[in-house]
Design a protein around this ligand. Structure first.
Ligand SMILES: [Zn+2]
Length: 160
Protein backbone atom coordinates (compact mmCIF):
# COMPACT_ATOMS: atom_id res chain seq x y z
CA UNK A 1 0.00 0.00 0.00
CA UNK A 2 1.28 3.40 -1.03
CA UNK A 3 0.27 6.73 0.45
CA UNK A 4 0.43 10.12 -1.18
CA UNK A 5 -0.41 13.60 0.02
CA UNK A 6 -2.02 16.09 -2.38
CA UNK A 7 -2.40 19.37 -0.53
CA UNK A 8 -4.97 18.71 2.19
CA UNK A 9 -5.92 15.33 0.80
CA UNK A 10 -4.36 12.00 1.79
CA UNK A 11 -4.53 9.21 -0.76
CA UNK A 12 -4.01 5.53 0.04
CA UNK A 13 -3.41 3.26 -2.93
CA UNK A 14 -4.29 -0.39 -2.54
CA UNK A 15 -5.34 -1.31 -6.10
CA UNK A 16 -7.99 -1.53 -7.27
CA UNK A 17 -9.04 0.56 -4.23
CA UNK A 18 -7.95 4.19 -3.89
CA UNK A 19 -9.02 5.75 -0.58
CA UNK A 20 -9.20 9.50 0.06
CA UNK A 21 -9.10 11.33 3.40
CA UNK A 22 -9.30 15.09 3.94
CA UNK A 23 -10.26 17.99 1.72
CA UNK A 24 -10.78 18.05 -2.05
CA UNK A 25 -10.04 21.72 -2.69
CA UNK A 26 -7.77 23.90 -4.85
CA UNK A 27 -4.67 22.23 -3.34
CA UNK A 28 -5.69 18.74 -4.49
CA UNK A 29 -3.81 18.17 -7.76
CA UNK A 30 -5.67 14.97 -8.57
CA UNK A 31 -4.43 14.82 -12.18
CA UNK A 32 -1.00 13.81 -10.81
CA UNK A 33 -2.57 10.77 -9.27
CA UNK A 34 -3.57 9.01 -12.49
CA UNK A 35 0.01 7.91 -13.22
CA UNK A 36 0.12 6.10 -9.85
CA UNK A 37 -3.00 4.03 -10.50
CA UNK A 38 -2.75 0.77 -12.46
CA UNK A 39 -4.99 0.51 -15.54
CA UNK A 40 -8.25 -1.41 -15.28
CA UNK A 41 -11.05 -1.36 -12.74
CA UNK A 42 -10.77 1.32 -10.04
CA UNK A 43 -12.68 1.67 -6.77
CA UNK A 44 -12.63 5.21 -5.39
CA UNK A 45 -13.38 5.33 -1.67
CA UNK A 46 -14.12 8.82 -0.33
CA UNK A 47 -15.36 7.81 3.13
CA UNK A 48 -12.75 10.10 4.75
CA UNK A 49 -13.48 13.20 2.68
CA UNK A 50 -14.84 16.03 4.82
CA UNK A 51 -14.90 19.01 2.46
CA UNK A 52 -15.11 19.76 -1.25
CA UNK A 53 -15.25 23.05 -3.14
CA UNK A 54 -15.84 23.94 -6.78
CA UNK A 55 -12.15 23.89 -7.77
CA UNK A 56 -11.78 20.56 -6.02
CA UNK A 57 -14.74 19.24 -7.98
CA UNK A 58 -13.13 20.40 -11.22
CA UNK A 59 -9.98 18.48 -10.25
CA UNK A 60 -12.08 15.43 -9.40
CA UNK A 61 -13.84 15.64 -12.76
CA UNK A 62 -10.52 15.79 -14.63
CA UNK A 63 -9.23 12.87 -12.58
CA UNK A 64 -12.27 10.65 -13.27
CA UNK A 65 -12.23 11.65 -16.95
CA UNK A 66 -8.53 10.72 -17.25
CA UNK A 67 -9.18 7.30 -15.68
CA UNK A 68 -12.13 6.79 -17.99
CA UNK A 69 -10.09 7.77 -21.05
CA UNK A 70 -7.67 4.99 -20.13
CA UNK A 71 -10.60 2.61 -20.34
CA UNK A 72 -11.06 2.10 -16.60
CA UNK A 73 -14.41 1.11 -15.16
CA UNK A 74 -15.00 3.24 -12.08
CA UNK A 75 -16.82 2.32 -8.89
CA UNK A 76 -17.49 4.92 -6.21
CA UNK A 77 -17.67 3.26 -2.81
CA UNK A 78 -18.50 4.83 0.56
CA UNK A 79 -19.05 8.20 -1.12
CA UNK A 80 -18.74 11.07 1.37
CA UNK A 81 -21.90 13.07 2.04
CA UNK A 82 -20.28 16.28 0.74
CA UNK A 83 -19.26 14.59 -2.51
CA UNK A 84 -22.56 12.76 -3.00
CA UNK A 85 -24.59 15.98 -3.11
CA UNK A 86 -22.15 17.39 -5.73
CA UNK A 87 -22.38 14.24 -7.85
CA UNK A 88 -26.17 14.57 -7.83
CA UNK A 89 -26.01 18.20 -8.89
CA UNK A 90 -23.43 17.90 -11.66
CA UNK A 91 -24.39 15.22 -14.24
CA UNK A 92 -20.81 15.02 -15.60
CA UNK A 93 -19.60 13.77 -12.21
CA UNK A 94 -22.03 10.86 -12.31
CA UNK A 95 -21.39 9.81 -15.90
CA UNK A 96 -19.97 6.29 -16.33
CA UNK A 97 -19.44 5.70 -12.62
CA UNK A 98 -21.25 3.19 -10.42
CA UNK A 99 -22.05 4.16 -6.83
CA UNK A 100 -22.08 1.10 -4.56
CA UNK A 101 -22.54 2.91 -1.23
CA UNK A 102 -22.74 6.47 0.07
CA UNK A 103 -23.25 8.59 3.17
CA UNK A 104 -26.37 10.75 3.54
CA UNK A 105 -27.88 13.00 6.21
CA UNK A 106 -30.44 11.12 8.26
CA UNK A 107 -32.68 12.25 11.12
CA UNK A 108 -34.28 10.15 13.84
CA UNK A 109 -37.90 10.97 14.63
CA UNK A 110 -37.58 9.02 17.89
CA UNK A 111 -34.75 10.89 19.61
CA UNK A 112 -33.88 13.71 17.22
CA UNK A 113 -30.36 12.39 16.54
CA UNK A 114 -28.77 13.38 13.24
CA UNK A 115 -26.14 11.27 11.53
CA UNK A 116 -24.68 10.39 8.15
CA UNK A 117 -24.93 6.58 7.94
CA UNK A 118 -23.68 4.53 5.03
CA UNK A 119 -26.40 3.53 2.57
CA UNK A 120 -25.82 0.28 0.66
CA UNK A 121 -26.77 1.18 -2.92
CA UNK A 122 -26.58 -2.42 -4.16
CA UNK A 123 -28.86 -3.83 -1.46
CA UNK A 124 -31.36 -0.95 -1.84
CA UNK A 125 -31.04 -0.56 -5.64
CA UNK A 126 -34.78 -0.91 -6.39
CA UNK A 127 -35.87 1.67 -3.79
CA UNK A 128 -33.13 4.13 -4.78
CA UNK A 129 -34.15 3.92 -8.42
CA UNK A 130 -37.64 5.04 -7.32
CA UNK A 131 -36.01 7.94 -5.39
CA UNK A 132 -36.84 6.32 -2.06
CA UNK A 133 -34.17 6.36 0.64
CA UNK A 134 -34.19 3.22 2.80
CA UNK A 135 -34.99 3.68 6.51
CA UNK A 136 -31.97 2.86 8.65
CA UNK A 137 -31.77 2.11 12.39
CA UNK A 138 -30.76 4.97 14.69
CA UNK A 139 -27.50 4.21 16.53
CA UNK A 140 -28.86 6.01 19.62
CA UNK A 141 -32.33 4.52 20.07
CA UNK A 142 -32.95 1.97 17.31
CA UNK A 143 -35.85 3.84 15.70
CA UNK A 144 -35.93 3.69 11.88
CA UNK A 145 -34.38 6.96 10.72
CA UNK A 146 -35.39 8.79 7.59
CA UNK A 147 -33.41 10.81 5.09
CA UNK A 148 -33.21 14.36 6.45
CA UNK A 149 -33.03 16.07 3.07
CA UNK A 150 -34.69 16.12 -0.33
CA UNK A 151 -34.21 12.68 -1.98
CA UNK A 152 -33.08 14.41 -5.20
CA UNK A 153 -29.99 15.71 -3.36
CA UNK A 154 -28.72 12.16 -2.92
CA UNK A 155 -30.66 9.84 -5.23
CA UNK A 156 -30.83 11.53 -8.63
CA UNK A 157 -27.87 9.42 -9.82
CA UNK A 158 -29.85 6.23 -9.28
CA UNK A 159 -32.92 7.29 -11.22
CA UNK A 160 -33.58 4.78 -14.01
ZN1 LIG B 1 -32.96 7.83 17.64
Amino acid sequence: MTSLRLGRLDVHLAPPRVAFTGRIDDSAALADLVAHIPAGHVVLDTDGVTFVNSIGMREWMRFVRALRDRGATITLDRVADVLMTQINMIPELARNVTVTSFHAQYVCSGCGAESAPLVDAVLHATALKALQAPRLPCQECGTAMELGDFPERYLTVFRG
